[in-house]
Ligand binder design. Structure first.
Ligand code: NDP
Length: 459
């Protein structure tokens, strides 16, 4: 049977674009790709990239306050949100252009419209065109999930947050995960009065407990009003702003309410079930280790599979898909020991297990230190850095590294290599410190502060 394409990709985010490009340019496959919104997807258009640029913008006020204490004669003026936003939009246009040119240069035929599945080898475009493909790759990503509550239509999500007309004076952030915590810190740094409601007892559930406490303490000290065990029950727009009622019945007014309450796989109306792919409980596309669905011609990668919602993972899955299907070399993606960072202020970089998870797994030693780094101590700031290693008491392998510090994202990338290689505590100890740095503490931690089954501080 002959097909219009060897591969048709639905979704032009990081994973889909990479798979399409590599399949077309490096294996000679005839590839089509449909994207209904902007090329680049969540990471480039409404996620990692604009978020990180906002992090940079938001760090200047504190940096200027610190500069003053270091002796600089600086006056901190206001933040010009429209000027920043225009520049940000220009940057996103530029990056989108690069993505489009890369696809074009690789010989991928791009369809700037929505595509759905018509059958296991056929996609239907929004204009009614039907195209056949030997393989179809679903890379449609995720979409912010909003709880069902009265007035939720007055709230914004991370999709809208980069395009606000004005910087809100009072912002309520709902949620305690990556996006909520990052956005709370960003707006706090930009001068907004930020309140964060989180339904559980402490933000960043699932991460290392000590790191969570450390970050929350820092955020509160720097002005974020974190209210745990609190959720929104209703929103109402009034002349004064958006009125939010919380679970305790308290009513407060905000200029914007941002829900960062998780992201759901973007599969609604895609036609997957009709083509024979049964969706999972959260609407995700179930796949095997080769990214293949139960229908042999249909594959899926990235957030739509609801495995690990991170850009570099989607890219790896896209590459593994091409290797498997177009080079005949079955390649699973290794989802173990993925380093990642939460771009809160201060940043949190982690790889491997939290102390809590490691305790479940077996006897461990915990090495941890919280100290004032030189840069902050000099100007009498209370901000401390946390460096923590979780070590298996039997094998001596480092099971987890947790760093809460400026540039922790950069540090954890490197520590991640050692952990991935199976480094032991003694390997860390054999490495000479780089002095004076914050990260030298990682190789100079001598005494465990805790061992499984009890506190051994001072032992
Ligand atoms: P997360 O899953 O990280 O966090 C969702 C938060 O919303 C949790 O605190 C959750 O609470 C809370 N929540 C869920 N449902 C409700 C509800 N009905 N009412 C109130 N609160 C609710 O999702 P995010 O949206 O923050 O991010 C999505 C994913 O994107 C992340 O998991 C991450 O993989 C990725 N990401 C990565 C970044 C990075 O690498 N730096 C940055 C941003 C996103 P609870 O804990 O109680 O379930």
């Amino acid at each position: 049977m002959s097909f219009d394409f060897d591969l048709f990709v639905i979704g032009g985010g990081s994973g889909g674009v990479r798979a399409a490009r590599v399949a077309a340019a490096e294996t000679g496959a005839r590839v089509g790709l449909a994207e209904e919104s902007r090329m680049g997807g969540t990471c480039v258009i409404r996620g990692c990239v604009p978020k990180k640029l906002m992090v940079f913008a938001s760090e200047y006020a504190e940096a200027m306050r610190e500069a003053r204490d270091y002796g600089w004669d600086v006056r901190i003026g206001g933040f010009d949100w429209p000027a920043f936003r225009s520049r940000l939009e220009g940057e996103l246009d530029r990056l989108e252009g690069i993505y489009n040119r890369l696809l074009e240069g690789s010989g991928v035929e791009v369809f700037a419209q929505r595509a759905t599945l018509a059958d296991p080898h056929k996609v239907r475009l929004a204009d009614g065109t039907e195209l056949t493909a030997k393989h179809i790759l679903i890379a449609t990503g995720g979409w912010p999930a909003l709880p069902d509550l009265p007035g939720v239509e007055h709230a914004i999500t991370s999709n809208e947050v980069f395009h606000l007309d004005a910087l809100p004076e009072r912002l309520l952030v709902v949620g305690g995960g990556y996006i909520a915590c990052e956005m709370a810190c960003i707006f706090n740094g930009l001068g907004t009065q930020v309140t964060q409601y989180y339904r559980g007892p402490q933000i960043l559930r699932g991460f290392d407990g000590e790191a969570r406490e450390h970050i929350a303490g820092h955020m509160i000290r720097h002005g974020v009003d974190i209210r745990c065990n609190t959720n929104v029950t209703a929103l109402r727009r009034t002349a004064a702003g958006i009125e939010a009622t919380d679970t305790a019945g308290e009513v407060r007014i905000f200029d914007q309410v941002l829900f960062a309450t998780g992201r759901a796989p973007n599969t609604a109306g895609l036609g997957l079930e009709g083509a024979g792919v049964a969706l999972g409980a959260r609407g995700e596309v179930p796949v095997d280790e080769y990214n293949q669905t139960a229908v042999p011609s249909i594959f899926a990668i990235g957030d739509v599979t609801d495995r690990v919602q991170l850009t570099p993972v989607a890219i790896r899955e896209g590459m593994a898909f091409v290797e498997t299907v177009f080079r005949g070399n079955p390649t699973p993606v290794d989802h173990e020991l993925i380093p990642s960072a939460v771009f809160t202020q201060p940043e949190y970089g982690m790889v491997g297990m939290s102390e809590e998870a490691a305790r479940e797994a077996g006897p461990i030693e915990v090495y941890s230190t919280a100290f004032r780094p030189m840069h902050k101590g000099f100007i009498d700031r209370e901000d401390r850095v946390l460096m923590k290693l979780i070590v298996c008491a039997k094998t001596r392998r480092v099971l987890g590294v947790h760093i809460v510090a400026d540039h922790a994202g950069e540090m954890i990338q490197l520590a991640g290599i050692a952990v991935k290689m199976g480094a032991t505590k003694e390997d860390f100890d054999r490495t000479v410190a780089v002095h004076p740095t914050m990260s030298e503490e990682l190789v100079t931690l001598k005494t465990p502060v805790r061992r499984t089954g009890g506190d051994c501080s001072g032992a």
